[in-house]
Design a protein around this ligand. Structure first.
Ligand code: ADP
Ligand code: ZN
Ligand code: ZN
Length: 731
């Protein structure tokens, strides 16, 4: 007697066979069971899938069916809800369920045998059991590299706003949008919501997501401090791509077996298998990093909301600058809102910690080519002299974005991309930030031999250098401690992708800032987000205007949230917060983005943006998908897209109901992407838009076959790949 089992595997993208294959085994296995199966010449990980395959259906040829090689029965089957989440994500984002499922499982599961897994699981269980029975002392937890404020280790007495918000989260079903100023104590609310949950439900688990790996150590430290004493050090695990495969597997197993009560992670954690999931927190929910940029281009925030509903878990989305989508969803229920909006406008410790004063410097009144306006420079000098820290924010790394020759007009274009190579002075290279191509800086102009090659524009390296000169005569008088003796020269630090390439360097650089070893911190958006700097009292955005001219309709929203996040880095310490400031250097001081920022008025900014979006029929008032095509030539990329577009109306007429679907969907002609060429690959895209999410989904699902079919058309010769991006964030 043998059973025919449907097994979900990761088949090559767009292969003729579907992702669910039939295998034979001596007995039926429950859906969700992990197995290893032969696939072609190799062996691969698979998941028993539903519905089961039936010989009578004629879907497979019993003589050709192969045997399951191994059942990984030391790992509990994946729950129904998890399978459902995968099915939904695959369908919604137009990818195969096999790809989504296998990408969501820890990579090491693919390699270890059942026996090795068993050992690993036993070790985990032992660790958990030990701590439950013998009461392992709480200080046996892993050493934390992060220094916490004393106050963060214990539960705080909540402010009135926090109390009210927590009560709402406890008594209502959500989903919630927690709209709270930076420093209003959102994290404390998450912590206490988790605390209540764990106290009341012995099996309950909570998932807390943050947008970036960089932010996990500090958050992890806070959660471990808070929960390890009672629940043991194993109760908190992290899941993100910065972990080793072994660490990821352990954390995943701990969550899957229920031992880990709290999972902290980046977007991938939304797929963590958590049988007791009761609460999902998505912190900084507006952050674009929640959207995956490859494979299934899913939004972890949107999936979190879906998953919460599916599993009956509460979902809390938190932000000081919510995405316009979430803001719109949290309008009053009477107007159709589906999320409950909760508001915490005040910073903790109100009196001393009001939000920093926003000052706009009109650069049209400053000397031409000035990088730092005089008043900003004066303000910085004053702060430094007093022993306070400044943060200078510029979203461009390297020394200069372009080199050029004024004699012949040569520019440092990348030969492989439609972009300029950036001049990095530290190692004297010209580097393309898109394809990575790097070369030594030429001594003379490659065009005409001119010795005098000039830089255009400025990056963080140059700002660091410039500040060293501009602040050379400043001496610190106000001293904080013995380690910071008075009368010393200004210390300038820089944090960006270049200074943090090596593992651990970001943490040590942040630690130096926290320890007061830096007076001025120069950096990219990497430092604008989340970090809890205590002594920074002045934040300066020296050249934020470029985002105002972007063709992307989301650019103003992005700029507003980035600047407000950056502003949130200032004045986080009660004693210093009172006089903290944010400086914006701009040629358009009256621009609505800056005006709203000045008043910290996100609601009216959001309202005006939403009005514009509604008039233009943009999301969240419409739904979008992008089809991107990569090819050897721009013609081939566009030909493929335009062919599929044309076939949507010409070849698909036989589909029942197709006319109605097509009527509701708008297909735009193919256009080159704004970064048209990367690493010698030409890129084009086509926008698909509809006022109905349902119509868009039906269209895409049916249109997939046409896209597959168009690939082989002679006109599309040179096409390399194509992909659908549902709810794209950048257009
Ligand atoms: P957010 O996440 O909104 O930026 P946090 O939760 O990080 O804010 O809180 C900001 C600071 O205020 C943290 O140092 C935190 O420990 C502290 N804090 C939060 N809530 C309270 C409270 N109720 N009483 C005292 N301090 C608090
Ligand atoms: Zn030249
Ligand atoms: Zn390049």
């Amino acid at each position: 007697m043998s059973a025919w089992l449907a097994v979900l595997v990761h088949t090559p993208a767009h292969a003729a066979m579907g992702p669910v294959l039939t295998y034979r085994h001596r007995q039926v296995l429950p859906a969700g069971t992990l197995v290893r199966v032969p696939l072609g010449a190799r062996e691969t990980l698979g998941v028993i899938w539903e519905p089961a395959h039936d010989e009578a259906s004629g879907e497979f040829d019993p003589d050709k069916v192969r045997d399951i090689s191994e059942v990984l029965d030391t790992v509990l089957p994946l729950a129904n809800a998890w399978q459902q989440l995968v099915r939904f994500a695959a369908r919604y984002y137009q990818r195969s369920a096999g790809e989504v499922a296998l990408a969501a499982l820890p990579p090491q599961l693919r390699e270890l045998s059942s026996l090795q897994l068993q050992r690993k699981a036993l070790r985990l269980q032992k660790a958990l059991g030990l701590q439950a029975t013998a009461g392992e002392p709480a200080n046996a937890k892993r050493p934390s590299p992060v220094v916490l404020d004393a106050g963060q280790a214990q539960a705080q007495v909540l402010s009135a706003e926090q109390t009210e918000v927590l009560a709402q989260i406890t008594t209502q079903s959500g989903p919630f949008l927690l709209f709270g100023a930076t420093g209003s104590g959102k994290t404390e609310v998450y912590l206490q919501a988790v605390e209540q949950l764990l106290a009341h439900e012995p099996q309950a688990q909570a998932l807390v997501m943050v947008p970036e790996i960089n932010l996990t150590p500090q958050l992890e430290a806070r959660f471990v401090e808070r929960f390890a004493p009672q629940w043991g050090p194993q109760a908190v695990v992290s899941l993100h791509s910065g972990m080793t495969p072994a660490q990821r597997l352990s954390a995943w197993l701990a969550a899957h077996q229920g031992g880990a009560r709290i999972v902290l992670g980046t977007r991938m954690a939304v797929f963590a298998s958590m049988p007791g999931l009761r609460l999902i927190v998505v912190d900084e929910e507006h952050d674009p990093s929640y959207k995956s940029g490859e494979g299934a281009r899913y939004s972890a925030r949107d999936l979190a909301v879906y998953r919460g509903r599916l599993e009956g878990a509460k979902v809390v989305l938190g932000s000081a600058t919510p995405s316009l989508e979430s803001w719109f969803h949290s309008r009053p229920p009477s107007e159709g809102g589906r999320y409950l909006r909760l508001h915490m406008p005040s910073r903790i410790g109100a009196a001393g910690r009001s939000l920093p004063l926003v000052r706009r410097v009109d650069m049209t009144h400053q000397p031409r080519h000035a990088v730092f306006s005089l008043p900003l420079l004066e303000a910085m000098k004053e702060r430094i002299a007093r022993g306070e820290q400044c943060l200078v924010f510029l979203n461009r790394r390297g020394y200069a974005p372009v080199l050029h020759c004024s004699d012949c007009g040569w520019k440092s274009a990348c030969g492989h991309c439609s972009a300029f190579r950036v001049f990095h002075k530290t190692d004297r290279t010209l580097r393309c930030h898109h394809c990575g191509h790097s070369e030594r800086v030429p001594r003379t102009c490659p065009g005409c031999g001119n010795l005098d090659i000039l830089t255009l524009g400025r990056g963080t390296e140059q700002i660091e250098e410039l500040l060293t000169t501009l602040l050379a005569d400043v001496r610190r008088t106000g001293s904080q401690s013995a380690e910071q003796p008075e009368g010393q020269a200004v210390r300038i630090g820089r944090i960006d992708a270049d200074t943090t390439r090596l593992k651990g360097t970001l943490q040590s650089q942040l630690a130096a800032v926290h320890a007061g070893e830096v007076d001025v911190l120069v950096g990219t958006q990497m430092i604008a987000k989340g970090h809890d700097f205590r002594r920074i009292t002045l934040v300066a955005a020296i050249n934020p205007d470029s985002a105002l001219f972007s063709s992307d309709f989301r650019a103003p929203e992005r700029l507003f949230s980035l600047l407000l996040q950056a502003a949130g880095r200032a004045g986080r310490d009660a004693a210093m917060g009172a006089h903290s400031e944010v400086w914006i250097q701009t040629f358009q001081p009256a621009h609505p983005v800056y005006a709203a920022l000045k008043n910290y008025d996100y609601p009216s900014f959001a309202q005006s943006q939403l009005q514009e979006r509604e008039q233009a029929g943009m999301p969240p008032f419409s739904y979008q998908a992008l089809v991107r095509a990569d090819a050897r030539s721009q013609e081939a990329a566009q030909a493929f897209l335009n062919l599929a577009r044309q076939r949507a109306s010409s070849d698909m007429g036989q589909w029942p109901g197709w006319a109605q679907v097509l009527e509701q969907v708008m297909l735009y002609p193919a256009v080159p992407m704004s970064m048209q060429r990367v690493a010698n690959v030409e890129r084009a895209q086509m926008l698909v838009e509809s006022a109905s999410r349902h119509a868009l989904q039906s269209f895409l699902a049916a249109w997939q076959d046409v896209l597959h079919g168009s690939r082989s058309d002679p006109a599309c010769k040179g096409l390399i790949r194509w992909a659908i991006d549902v709810d794209p964030l950048a257009i």
